[in-house]
Design a protein around this ligand. Structure first.
Ligand code: NAD
Length: 350
């Protein structure tokens, strides 16, 4: 198979983890006989520096041409005071909108070798295996009107029926191949948008009679994720809540650097680790690349339907974790491995 993939390394550790992920991708191509058609584009702070905009037109065109996009991370501290539309993160939001990737899948699992890395007690995290399905192109991050006046600032949280329906279908279909349970997270005791969300989710759920549906308020969900994470199979939620709750997932997985993600629409797929550009460790070859490498596995599965290859990458990640050759964030007993060493170790384990 020919895999036509766009690489957008972005800023900070984004470039480092993407390089490690590409090494694994090449190893997959070699082992399973696939050809790689890789292109590279600019996104985020690096794109502002070189072109004046976080999401250049050329990058938009490259995204449309590729079957899938693998992104690192965006964000540079020098833009912290810039208005949202001129920050590197605007590039990411623009790309998600252009590709119309409305469902963001964030698998959270506790790898047996990492149970001791979690700050939570072993008996709490052991066996955690859930997927957060976060709505990605609606809600507060995109709602209009938005703005800042002298004495007031405002954003708008809004969802259409179609937006809620399509992401709900994604969550229920996923649950059908898993443990057949969807937990829809909202704040329906306070927000009209959440009341509407809950109503539409209940309507869609009627089409999936063999899937159990439960509802949970977002504040309780945050608590339940650290109290009893094994209760969750598929967690369905809107954009902002999903953004926040998936960082809690980082605690369950041992480090935020472990978390992969897949953003899916009707046609295209965008794959990226959950973490940001981590300016505090950028350029030091210290970043954990396993979230980016897990995103390669997700790409093989969801865009290319290559299950055997995806499983091989995930198994290789498991082997490397067991070997203890891991980066500093996973608190290894001996000397921490570098980003490059972990990438190489996963490629070899394949
Ligand atoms: P962050 O995820 O970059 O970092 C949070 C903490 O986790 C830091 O201490 C960092 O060192 C650590 N960390 C993150 N990824 C790691 C990895 N792979 N290995 C080891 N440690 C890791 O979040 P932040 O500090 O809040 O944000 C930094 C910048 O990234 C900001 O500009 C923010 O807007 C941006 N950001 C981008 C994305 C994205 O590109 N998808 C996501 C989140 C934040």
């Amino acid at each position: 198979m020919n895999l036509k993939i766009l690489l957008l390394p972005g800023d900070g550790i984004g470039t480092e983890v993407t390089a490690a992920a590409v090494e694994v991708l090449k190893a997959v191509g070699k082992k399973f006989g696939h050809t790689l058609d890789l292109s590279e584009g600019l996104l985020g702070g690096v794109a502002i520096h070189k072109t004046g905009t976080p999401f250049p037109k050329e990058t938009e065109e490259l995204c449309q041409k590729a079957d899938a996009t693998l992104m690192g991370a965006v964000g540079l501290p020098e833009f912290d005071a810039a208005p949202p539309s001129q920050r590197p993160e605007a590039g990411l939001l623009g790309m998600r909108r252009v590709l119309d990737v409305f469902a963001n899948l964030r698998p959270v699992r506790t790898w047996p070798a990492l149970v001791d890395s979690s700050p939570l007690k072993n008996h709490v995290v052991e066996g955690t295996d859930m997927i957060i399905v976060r709505e990605l192109t609606g809600g507060l991050y995109y709602g209009q009107p938005r703005g800042i006046d002298n004495d007031r600032a405002f954003n708008t949280m809004s969802y259409t029926r179609k937006e809620v329906e399509r992401v709900t279908h994604t969550a229920f279909k996923l649950a059908g191949n898993r443990r057949k349970k969807v937990t829809s997270v909202d704040k329906s005791n306070v927000l009209e948008v959440s009341q509407f969300w809950r109503k539409v989710v209940i309507e869609v759920a009627k089409q999936y009679p063999n899937i159990q549906l439960e509802h949970m308020l977002v504040d309780n969900a945050a608590m339940q994720m650290v109290l009893n994470p094994r209760q969750f199979d598929v967690m369905l939620t809107e954009n902002t809540f999903g953004d926040i709750l998936s960082d809690v997932g980082g605690i369950l997985a041992g480090s935020i650097g472990m978390l992969p993600s897949a953003s899916l629409g009707e046609k295209k797929g965008l794959y990226e680790p959950v973490h940001g550009s981590a300016p505090d460790i950028a350029g030091q070859n210290k970043a954990n690349p396993l979230g980016a490498i897990g995103s390669v596995a997700a790409m093989l599965e969801y865009t290319f339907g290559l299950m055997k290859e995806a499983n091989a990458v995930n198994n290789a990640i498991g082997k490397v974790l067991e070997s203890g050759r891991v980066t500093a964030d996973l608190r290894p007993k001996g000397k921490p491995a570098t980003t490059q060493e972990v990438g190489k170790a996963v490629s070899e384990a394949l």
